[in-house]
Design a protein around this ligand. Structure first.
Ligand code: SF4
Length: 284
């Protein structure tokens, strides 16, 4: 289990004062103005950018079609599991035309490890047929078109737009929603409303990377059940400090880090991501 390379000592979480926009054990988070919240939110984003300079989508893909398929598969499972599954899937069905013509039972066997494999097979064949018949075999680069594809909602569409087309998008998954509510950037529960509110806090140019950073933080430190508050560099800016383990030693044991010595769950990450460290010596 690895610690974040840039994590600062958690001691800062215990030395900040209440009422100054910072948190400390037992302190009551005081209401703040919208302006103060926006400033704090942007500061958290800057801190996250330092903490995760290599934040990136954690699904392996080589083109928009692969990212679309991988994102559909990622429902209710880990990105790592998807990355272990997609090489064989894309070898069997490299294009929408190939996937549209798939025998469902054969595809189900290939994607079985990702769970809900019957429903996912139906979605993948359905969206491949739609790509073949309505979009000339290409993934469209517009939200309005993407959400017409079977099994593709706003979240999936934003992942594809942000990471395969460079169109800024906020991706509200379970991590993103949980963290932005803990940080009191919004109180909304509905992902579309969360997306709309967060969009008013940050410039468009930040949307895609903000999404990755927040998800990275949620996966590594600010977990759903037991956030590692005592080892969290964001603690002084977090209204929810204390919701999880505050003892630094115990908190450090909760950190979930990466496989293979490289950040993220990708098995073949692009080497040119900014801040992507070199693989560890001896790694394949
Ligand atoms: S781990 Fe704790 S302090 Fe850090 S962001 Fe999550 S709730 Fe806040």
């Amino acid at each position: 289990m690895k610690r974040p390379a840039k994590a600062k000592p958690a001691a800062s979480a215990t030395t900040s004062g209440a009422g100054t926009g910072t948190a400390r054990p037992g302190a009551v988070w005081k209401p703040e103005s919208r302006l103060a919240m926006v400033r704090r939110a942007r500061r958290i984003n800057r801190e996250l950018a330092e903490l995760y300079p290599y934040a990136h989508p954690e699904l392996d893909f080589r083109n928009p079609f692969e990212l679309l398929v991988a994102t559909v598969l990622s429902a209710q499972t880990t990105d790592l599991r998807v990355n272990q599954t997609t090489p064989a899937l894309f070898a069997a069905y490299p294009t929408p035309e190939d996937m549209a013509a798939a025998v469902p039972e054969e595809m189900e066997e290939l994607i079985r490890p990702t769970g809900f494999f019957r429903a996912k097979t139906k979605s993948l064949i359905g969206l491949s047929v739609a790509l073949r018949d309505r979009f000339g075999g290409e993934v469209p680069g517009r939200l309005d078109d993407l959400v017409t594809l079977p099994g593709v909602g706003r979240k999936t569409a934003n992942v594809v737009l942000g990471n395969a087309f460079g169109v800024p998008g906020i991706t509200v998954d379970t991590h993103f929603g949980r963290l932005v509510r803990r940080w009191k950037w919004t109180e909304q529960e509905d992902p579309e409303k969360v997306e709309a509110e967060i969009a008013t806090i940050f410039p468009k140019s930040e949307w895609t990377m903000l999404s990755h950073r927040v998800v990275f933080h949620g996966r590594r430190i600010c977990h759903a059940r037991k956030p590692a508050c005592g080892a969290c560099p964001i603690a002084p800016l977090c209204p929810a400090y204390g919701e999880g383990e505050t003892d630094p030693e115990k908190a450090r044991k909760l950190l979930k880090y990466e496989m293979g010595g490289r950040p993220g769950q990708r098995l073949s990450p692009p080497a040119d991501y900014p801040g992507m460290p070199a693989p560890p010596l001896g790694a394949g």
